[in-house]
Design a protein around this ligand. Structure first.
Ligand code: BF8
Length: 646
């Protein structure tokens, strides 16, 4: 029987094992548990004890409202806002954690971390007008850390990275009153406004959603990315491997899973410690193998080339290999089922964050003031578990090479060349039509559709049509498994124009830019493209589009909304969480465009979705007056083909 749950061979192989052994996974639970239609459409209000009030279309047609009088439209808008608030809070709390550790490092209180990218520190200091003359690096770093941390609790004014956006965009945000004042303030106000009996107007609610999302993209996430780069190094291209085949039979396998690189950075150091390696050998292992899952994986891949074991839907399956000594988790995207499935194997699930305690897991609190000691203790726990493996392991053979590490600084350097790092060559290739446009394809996996399949179909369709793809998150992991993150993929999958650029520069047609907080890198790259000139004067003028075709988390909605609020056409797959309200859906899909010159769209079919993104890109090319250049390129290609055929 053909298994259509995934297109990833390693996933299918282990899913068969779970099916044969009757083990519960997200895939089997999704089969058993049908989603609630009314909740899925966004028209169930459970925000007070007079309800929950459920208002499907049939109820709406009868004029039914919630007990308090709330309409389905207000309810759908409030639910949507709470998703944004949840997402913005998650990214931003990650950013805050990073800022706190950064400050502790700068003050000399956390000795195991250092400044790895001093040049970036100085660039940030100049941008934020932090004095540098005659001051030590540490003093500058303390100022930067304090300034960034203050962004979370800021009560008035504007977040400082807002000034990074194109002038025109900043003006638009100011006119609309959606410039975030402080990160925490916008999340709190969103929660307040969506409480029973507060904000009831769809437009007013959705504009606050936009403001909270901007506090994420241009605030919490951007702070996280920038400070991580200073502290752990700005990514540069490097080679690594992906998929469950990276696990090693003869080594202690430690999986880092979650989001914040604070801990995983130290685990990488601890994994190379001679004492720990000696302990591993004493237990009969030939070494220590660290691999990642989810966005923590992307963080340590980007900076250290640590291999990736898999994306979100592979977390349980990694344990099913029977080869994982410890799965070390921090926050976000960690399934509660992990300790349950781990009972069938020897794997220790180790929780490390006081914010994320997991019943059935071993809790080993990570202390960033004694980071390396904490990491070593966790490593030893894994090492000591090596002799407890139960019987034969089942490590799938699948593993694929990849190239990652495309920060916007790297793209600038690679496309601009050694002597003139700039976005000029990228812009020129867009203007001359070799590159049709740029798409950000990001986000999660979702077992409501075939795992990875939607990402792959969409990305292949885009690059076939000469659209350069930028990636983060679990989407990047899906494409890496397919080999799309290798320069050779250009020859095999990309259109002629894009392939030519990739070959000349030596880049893949799909560029891995990092974790979900690193979507802020895409905002920065898009802004740099605007600044470089020739493609309009705002992000909304660029021939670009965004997508999260297999999204599942609230964070994805927050990201999507900050892209829309920044002027990007953003398309989601799977399902759309406001379909129960025509007004809210119309507002997001149509009116947002009038307001922000960016809008939401929904299309679960990946090919149709890619075509809509391409149509949007072509419309932008036309508005810029560069559509003719591309027609010429295409004409030339046809001519060449004809000549070859003749
Ligand atoms: O942080 S790990 S499932 S939420 S994409 Fe999605 Fe993947 Fe989670 Fe974004 Ni990253």
């Amino acid at each position: 029987m053909k298994n259509d749950k995934s297109v990833c061979s390693a996933t299918l192989e282990l899913l068969e094992k779970t099916q044969a052994e009757d083990l519960s996974t997200a895939f089997s639970r999704a089969d058993k548990l049908k989603p609630c239609n009314i909740g899925g459409e966004g028209v169930c209000c459970k925000m007070c004890a007079m309800g929950p009030c459920r208002l499907p279309k049939a109820q709406q047609d009868k004029g039914q409202t919630g007990v308090c009088g709330a309409t389905a439209d207000t309810i759908a808008a409030r639910n949507f806002l709470r998703m944004i608030a949840g997402g913005a809070a998650s990214h931003s709390d990650h950013g805050r954690e990073v800022a706190q550790v950064f400050l502790a490092m700068a003050r000399g209180e956390s000795k195991d971390y250092q400044i790895k990218d001093e040049a970036k520190l100085m660039k940030l200091a100049a941008e934020l007008e932090i004095p540098t003359e005659g001051r030590t690096v540490q003093e500058i770093a303390v100022d930067l850390g304090e300034m960034m941390l203050a962004e979370f609790g800021r009560q008035e004014g504007e977040l400082c990275f807002i000034k990074r956006a194109a002038e025109k965009r900043q003006e638009l945000w100011r006119e609309l009153g959606v410039v975030p004042r402080g990160i925490d303030r916008e999340v709190v106000e969103t929660m307040h406004r969506t409480h029973m009996g507060v904000d009831q107007d769809v437009r007013s609610l959705l504009l606050q959603g936009a403001r909270a999302s901007l506090a994420d993209g241009w605030g919490g996430s951007m702070i996280g990315t920038e400070l991580q780069d200073v502290m752990f190094g700005t990514p540069v291209p490097l080679r690594s491997k992906v998929n469950l085949g990276v696990l090693k039979e003869d080594q202690v396998n430690v999986i880092v899973h979650g989001h914040e690189p604070i801990l995983s950075e130290m685990l990488v150091v601890a994994g190379r410690d001679p004492e720990i390696l000696k302990a591993a050998k004493a237990k009969g292992a030939s070494g220590i193998n660290i691999a990642g899952i989810c966005c923590t994986a992307n963080e340590v891949l980007m900076r250290h080339g640590v291999p990736i074991a898999g994306n979100m839907l592979q977390q349980e399956l990694a344990i099913v290999t029977g080869a994982v000594e410890a799965m070390v988790v921090d926050v976000q995207c960690v399934m509660q089922s992990l300790p349950e499935i781990a009972k069938c194997y020897h794997t220790k699930v180790i929780s490390t964050s006081s914010k994320a305690r997991i019943t059935g897991a071993t809790h080993m609190q990570f202390d960033e003031h004694h980071a390396l000691d904490s990491a070593k203790k966790i490593m030893l726990e894994a090492v000591n578990n090596f002799p407890n493996r139960k019987g034969k392991t089942n490590i799938p053979a699948a593993s694929t090479d990849l190239i990652a590490g495309f920060s916007h600084e790297t793209i600038n350097y690679m496309l601009g060349g050694r002597f003139r790092g700039s976005f000029r060559p990228l812009n020129d290739n867009i203007i001359n039509g070799r590159i049709r446009g740029v798409a950000g394809v990001v986000g999660c996996n979702n077992p409501r559709g075939p795992h990875d399949a939607v990402h792959l179909a969409m990305v292949k369709e885009l690059i076939k049509n000469d659209v350069l793809v930028l990636q983060t998150g679990c989407s990047a992991i899906a494409c890496a498994k397919e080999g799309l993150l290798l320069p050779d993929a250009a020859k095999e999958y990309a259109g002629e124009g894009l392939a030519e650029v990739c070959e000349t520069v030596g880049i893949p047609p799909v560029l891995h830019m990092g974790s979900c907080v690193d979507n802020s890198r895409i905002l920065t790259a898009a802004t740099e493209m605007v600044r470089e000139g020739g493609l309009g004067d705002d992000i909304s003028d660029l021939p670009v589009a965004g997508a999260a075709p297999e999204w599942m988390s609230e964070k994805a909605i927050a990201i999507g909304q900050y892209f829309v609020s920044s002027g990007v056409f953003t398309l989601f797959g799977v399902n759309w969480p406001t379909t129960g309200s025509e007004e809210v859906t119309r507002f997001l899909f149509e009116e947002m465009e009038e307001i922000f010159k960016g809008k939401w769209a929904f299309e679960p079919d990946p090919i149709k979705a890619a075509q809509r993104m391409i149509e949007h890109i072509d419309e932008k090319r036309k508005a810029l007056g560069i559509d003719k250049a591309r027609e010429r390129v295409l004409f030339d290609m046809d001519m060449r083909r004809e000549a070859q055929a003749g």
